[in-house]
Design a protein around this ligand. Structure first.
Ligand code: ADP
Length: 169
């Protein structure tokens, strides 16, 4: 039987940290489904369509990886895909509390689904989509953190946001 795992998240946008986890997940499964969440509390910078499209581009050369999106409960999506495993990344202790809560809630809702945590290479353990967007908005070079086309997409989006803001004045 094929081992299918689902890696859900906001991916707003994809970073090298996410890619690191995707590659590790491939080592323990036959198929990794990277799933972009619609209903996130964090007001997303990129639309679901944009995030999915960037992810697809980023995983293009990785055999066994596919990209999808879901609305609502992640466990429902996991079941729909015929998977039994959720992959999440753990960077710092600060991730732990939220991840722990979510994993236990999901277990309560679906006892047949397990959450597996994976640690990225230490060079990505401080990386977050939020930090990258913030750094880019202050003009920092984010080259080593995200693929080139993501860097470009962030810059374009920031200049469009700035333009709309300037017009309002
Ligand atoms: P979410 O809104 O679900 O937290 P993210 O896109 O921020 O979405 O993260 C998705 C998953 O990837 C989470 O489990 C998060 O901890 C993990 N993750 C994010 N950045 C990294 C990174 N640099 N290294 C390892 N895991 C990461």
């Amino acid at each position: 039987m094929k081992k299918i795992v689902v890696y859900p998240g906001s991916f707003d946008p994809i970073t090298y940290g996410h890619l690191d986890i995707i590659k590790r997940a491939l080592k323990i499964s036959d198929r990794v489904i990277v799933a972009v969440a619609h209903n996130t509390d964090k007001r997303p910078f990129f639309s679901v369509k944009e995030r999915v499209s960037m992810l697809k581009k980023a995983v293009k050369g990785l055999k066994g990886v596919e990209v999808g999106d879901f609305d609502g409960l992640v466990i429902k999506y996991v079941r729909k895909k015929g998977a039994r495993v959720v992959i999440r990344g753990l960077r710092m202790i600060s991730d732990f509390e939220y991840e722990f809560q979510m994993a236990l809630t999901n277990r309560k809702l679906a006892n047949d689904i397990e959450t597996i945590f994976m640690m990225p290479s230490e060079s990505y353990s401080y990386l977050s989509s939020k930090l990258i967007k913030e750094a880019a908005s202050f003009g920092a070079n984010i080259k080593g953190f995200v693929p080139r086309f993501v860097e470009q997409a962030i810059k374009e989006k920031l200049s469009r946001v700035k333009l709309a803001f300037d017009r309002k004045d």
